[in-house]
Design a protein around this ligand. Structure first.
Ligand SMILES: Cc1cc2nc3c(=O)[nH]c(=O)nc-3n(C[C@H](O)[C@H](O)[C@H](O)COP(=O)(O)OP(=O)(O)OC[C@H]3O[C@@H](n4cnc5c(N)ncnc54)[C@H](O)[C@@H]3O)c2cc1C
Length: 392
């Protein structure tokens, strides 16, 4: 295990969380993930074990049955999952989606949903934002929710709604006021909590999409779906603002996952480089093999510090947009560099299923694109941090 160089300064609680996550992950070795990957099966037992151990309720306050931990602690959980060869993408959304209910939900909504999400009785794993035509341009999304008495009628389509088949609830972003009728272009979108158990077959259709890695992602169709007006979260028309605040937590947690992936790749590559002997010496004695791994390690450490800084700013209640975005980009780049170094170090065996390297490599590639692609992060830094002209 690659040591966290800051561990000496880390408080005991975080060290204990790391140990517990590691112990849980030992029950889900490479064979478990290879079998799930082969069948594109959802890792139900793993998600169940995390839920029962309370890890997915880390951010839910104690008054609602969670452990009320900090974002830093939640990041440690996600990082350890990845560093131990598991895949938190099966359930990471449960950690942060509930934040929207916590921050913007009514007291009745919090009381109704949060304790049951914390106990695992209700799964909140699906997040319906992206659409096929609008993509990254969220303000152009076309799914509509039209108020009719005590209901909203939803029509439209989402894509890449991950885990929709393995979740009871979906947080949905839809347009409630036409774009040409709002004062500010960021207004007119609203968030709903859709109970998919009632909706499937009654206006909601879910179709799985097979992807290059095992991700349980889907496309979702809404055809005259009725959603009770009491399931609107916060104020109608303010949904985009709510979604943005939740996305910063998402970026920090996914950055922590990328740091964990980088640690996994670096440990694998280092171990193999020391043990594989060719030309009468370990391949790791060659600087051509050492340097890409050492460079990836330095990148990972820098990204790790930015994740810590982003979590600190988030917890202090500051505007964390810049740090969350930079953490996500640096960590995704570090994990990709580490993955590349790992495949190269393993040579041909890097492509063989049994070493898990190729699976992890496929899984790590996603984070250059989702939940936000590198170009959009660079645009954010250019405009909001450096003050250059808006490019789109
Ligand atoms: C496996 C998977 C799981 C996902 N899970 C979810 C989920 O659960 N919920 C959800 O809502 N979404 C999810 N997504 C969607 C994900 O967030 C988007 O794929 C991502 O934000 C990119 O959007 P897009 O695919 O529509 O690409 P597009 O927006 O079509 O962009 C295509 C490319 O063009 C670039 N580009 C676009 N505009 C600009 C510009 N102005 N300047 C420079 N470059 C630009 C982008 O960076 C990107 O590289 C998932 C995606 C995948 C692949």
């Amino acid at each position: 295990m690659i040591a966290d160089a800051t561990q000496s300064g880390e408080d005991q609680d975080l060290a204990e969380i790391r140990r517990s996550v590691r112990a849980l992950c030992e029950g889900f070795p490479g064979e478990y993930w290879r079998a799930a990957d082969r069948d594109r099966a959802y890792p139900t037992a793993f998600v169940q074990a995390l839920t029962e151990a309370g890890f997915l309720a880390a951010l839910i306050p104690e008054e609602f049955g969670g452990s009320g931990l900090s974002l830093r602690a939640a990041a440690v959980i996600m990082e350890e999952i990845q560093a131990n060869g598991c895949n938190g993408a099966a359930c990471h959304a449960q950690m942060y989606i509930m934040n929207t209910i916590l921050r913007h939900g009514s007291p009745a909504q919090k009381e109704k949903y949060l304790p049951r999400i914390a106990s695992g009785a209700l799964r909140l794993q699906a997040f319906g934002v992206t659409e096929p035509t609008s993509g990254t341009d969220t303000l152009s999304l076309r799914t509509t929710a039209t108020r009719q008495g005590d209901k909203y009628i939803v029509n439209g389509q989402k894509i890449w709604t991950s885990r929709a088949e393995h979740s009871d609830l979906m947080l949905l972003l839809a347009r409630t006021t036409p774009r040409d009728q709002v004062k500010k272009k960021s207004e007119g979108l609203s968030i709903f909590l859709v109970d998919m158990r009632e909706a499937v077959g009654k206006g909601l259709t879910i179709r799985p999409i097979r992807t290059m890695m095992n991700h349980s992602t889907t496309e979702v169709f809404f055809d005259q779906l009725e959603v009770a007006a009491e399931n609107l979260i916060g104020e109608e028309g303010q949904g985009f603002r709510y979604i943005l605040s939740g996305m910063n937590a998402e970026r920090i947690l996914i950055a922590a996952e990328c740091v964990g992936d980088a640690k996994w790749f670096i440990e694998k590559a280092t171990g193999y480089a020391k043990e594989r002997t060719l030309f009468n010496r370990p391949i790791g004695q060659n600087q051509g093999v050492q340097f890409p791994i050492a460079k990836a390690y330095a990148q990972m450490r820098a990204a790790e510090l930015m994740v810590h800084e982003a979590a600190r700013v988030y917890q202090a209640g500051g505007n964390v947009g810049a740090e969350a975005n930079m953490a996500k980009m640096l960590a995704a780049d570090a994990s990709w560099a580490a993955g590349e170094a790992c495949v190269q170090t393993f040579g041909g065996f890097g492509f063989a299923e049994e070493y898990d390297v190729e699976r992890k490599f496929r899984e790590a590639r996603l984070y250059q694109v989702a939940p936000i692609s590198t170009n959009m992060i660079l645009s954010y830094i250019s405009e909001h941090v450096l003050g250059m002209p808006r490019s789109y």
